[in-house]
Write a new protein. Structure first.
Length: 135
């Protein structure tokens, strides 16, 4: 009974994440003309990615749902890191050294060499003061 409950909970989490990502991607892609809106929507997308990585990392999803979340996150992170505009905007998102710690942890757990090589330089907390806005 507990196993069935865990699977049902995982499936519900997956549906909620999927819908959240669908909306976040759409808002980000629609914000082409307004630089501030694009930065904001990318920050929202990255925050949702951070949340999904935290859920994955603490094993809140199980079974096939876990595999689907893992595959989705790897694909989303790959798409984001392949985009030069995204790579330029990420440093402005750091509010503390803890920013994106669960994305870093997800990448560490997955040990996907190419994906890690793309992301770890982007996810290093800045050593200088945390920027408030994109210049």
């Amino acid at each position: 009974a507990i196993s069935r409950s865990n699977k049902n909970s995982s499936a519900a989490t997956l549906v909620t994440l999927y819908e959240g990502f669908r909306q976040a991607w759409q808002r980000f892609l629609d914000a082409k003309e307004d630089d501030r809106a694009r930065q904001y929507q990318l920050s929202e997308l990255m925050n949702l990615t951070e949340l999904a990585c935290a859920i994955y990392s603490e094993r809140s999803v199980v079974g096939v749902t876990r595999v689907l979340v893992q595959d989705y996150l790897q694909n989303a992170l790959s798409l984001l890191s392949d985009n030069e505009d995204v790579r330029k905007r990420i440093p402005a998102m750091f509010s503390s050294p803890e920013t994106f710690k669960y994305i870093r942890w997800f990448l560490h757990l997955r040990r996907n060499g190419q994906l890690s090589e793309q992301w770890f330089p982007l996810l290093e907390p800045p050593t200088s003061p945390i920027p408030k806005e994109v210049a």
